[in-house]
Unconditional design. Structure first.
Length: 511
């Protein structure tokens, strides 16, 4: 069988650490062992989470054009993908018999004949790879959140300020002497009520040769940053920089700008379980709840025209949601099998973490030794004070960056290995959890597991989100058929998870 080797790293730094040659060597040993004919070796330096993966797309195009099956061989699942968006095209090629995926470290081969257990392992591997990236992203978000709490602005300084680098390497913002007085003039002109915003715009041109649009003038006069408060995602935080104006002057400007404010409208909807989650399968309008004689009924709003919309009680909808969740509930034996496979598949993650951590710790030791050497040379008079100070600041910045990488790996991996059992326990107990949950928890479970909810007459139809579609298929292999047949109130086609890449079809029950 012809084979393509794919070795990938996310950044130039990883490329410099010889990661790609190491991957390529291991994959050549693997293809030799399995008698695969390597026709191409692709060495990529690109993130697997970026929207437009040019090199990856070229590989897929090449496989599509091939007249025979091609084995795509990678070191691990996360070297190939860290999101489900690639799974669609890969699975379509798999079902067509054009591709065979080899994940060396996981010991997993996925092809046209793969069973639901192997597909589930692939899906779970993608999910955990995505979880790893998410954890790294969360670490960055926590760092940014801490900066906000410390009163530090995270972007480009507003007009009137400038971004500067402090001697210790820290980013800072300070008033710009070339423009801070212009901001002060603008607020004084506006609060004098002698100038409209258009008049201020014209005076900026006359006195300062500065061309600002009306929207830019408006933005400056509404920006609370100038008196000491920064706005981030709708929340106000006191910043740590020198203000350009006082709060009294700012408030006076806002009283003029917002003299005729409208009263905010507040929606007072009643708390129904499934409000806003389901659409009508006939016309696409929302399914809305209403209470009658002590019961809650759901029906189409029929805003696009009358069409004999049926009414269904909330209890009957709940039964159908429970049925959907039972379709992904594994037996204890299936749970144990999947957990054993995942534990074996991701054992190498621990080794990888140890190796990467050791490399970073070695780098920290090297930096500390260099800092000590420079300090001793300074004490001995071998180097000048300015040179020592410059090199010391450079080494401190390198140490801080390396330490941040080390902390990110530790925290991300600690969460990564907890997720597998947590998710499998969720699907093992999800019907019971759903039935015993309150409103917000019920809605949260639905949003995690299901999508494309439609009501056809009194039938609820849905599509499973990933990886729960594979779990439904896995469940379907053994225990689901008997469960369904033991429930006489349920009829119609048996629900099953759609294989990746199939035309989306909705699963449905009739109660």
């Amino acid at each position: 069988m012809k084979a393509i080797i794919l070795a990938r790293v996310s950044s130039k730094e990883q490329e410099d650490n010889n990661s790609i040659p190491a991957q390529t060597r291991r994959l050549h040993e693997y293809t030799d062992r399995f008698g695969l004919d390597v026709i191409e070796v692709c060495q990529l330096v690109e993130s697997s989470t970026k929207a437009n993966r040019v090199k990856f797309t070229e590989i897929i195009t090449s496989i599509k054009r091939s007249k025979e099956v091609v084995a795509l061989v990678t070191d691990t699942i996360d070297r190939l993908q860290r999101d489900f968006k690639e799974s669609v095209v890969l699975n379509e090629l798999r079902l067509q018999g054009k591709i065979e995926l080899h994940f060396m470290r996981e010991g997993l081969i996925v092809n046209q004949l793969s069973n639901s257990s192997e597909i589930l392992r692939w899906d779970m591997g993608v999910m955990f790879a995505k979880s790893y990236v998410t954890q790294l992203s969360d670490n960055v978000k926590r760092s940014l959140e801490q900066k906000k709490q410390n009163g530090e602005w995270l972007g480009k300084a507003p007009f009137g300020y400038k971004n500067v680098d402090l001697p210790d390497g820290k980013k800072w913002i300070e008033p710009d002497p070339d423009s801070d007085y212009i901001v002060q003039d603008m607020f004084k002109w506006y609060t004098s009520e002698s100038y409209s915003m258009r008049g201020i715009r014209e005076r900026l041109v006359e006195e300062h040769g500065l061309h600002k649009s009306m929207s830019q003038v408006n933005k400056i006069l509404k920006n609370s940053f100038y008196y000491g408060v920064m706005q981030m995602k709708g929340a106000a935080h006191a910043h740590s920089y020198a203000p350009l104006i006082g709060k009294d002057l700012y408030d006076l400007a806002q009283r003029r700008a917002f003299r005729f404010q409208k009263r905010a409208f507040k929606y007072a909807g009643l708390p129904y379980f499934y409000r806003g989650l389901i659409t009508c399968g006939t016309c696409g309008c929302s399914i809305t709840p209403e209470k009658s004689k002590g019961y809650v009924y759901y029906h189409c709003t029929q805003y696009k025209g009358k069409h004999r919309a049926a009414y269904i009680r909330e209890e009957d909808l709940t039964e159908q949601f429970v049925a959907a969740l039972r379709a992904i509930q594994p037996t204890q034996a299936q749970y144990d099998e999947v957990m054993a496979a995942l534990k074996a598949s991701h054992g190498d993650k621990i080794t990888y973490k140890a190796v990467h951590t050791a490399r970073l710790q070695s780098e920290l030791t090297r930096i500390d030794e260099r800092m000590t050497k420079h300090y001793n040379s300074y004490l001995d008079g071998d180097i000048e004070r300015d040179f020592y100070k410059s090199k010391n600041e450079e080494l401190k910045a390198q140490r801080a960056a390396t330490d941040k990488k080390l902390n990110s790996i530790d925290s991300a991996n600690d969460e990564f290995y907890k997720n597998a059992e947590t998710i499998m326990r969720l699907v093992l107990n999800v019907p019971r959890l759903f039935e015993s949950s309150e409103l917000e928890e019920k809605r949260r479970i639905i949003n995690i597991v299901l999508q494309n909810l439609e009501l056809h007459d009194r039938q609820l139809r849905w599509k499973y989100k990933k990886p729960f579609d594979s779990m439904a298929s896995y469940k379907n292999d053994s225990s689901w058929l008997g469960w369904r047949d033991s429930n006489p109130r349920m009829h119609g086609p048996k629900p099953c998870a759609l294989p990746l890449g199939d035309t989306p079809k909705l699963h449905y029950f009739t109660i």
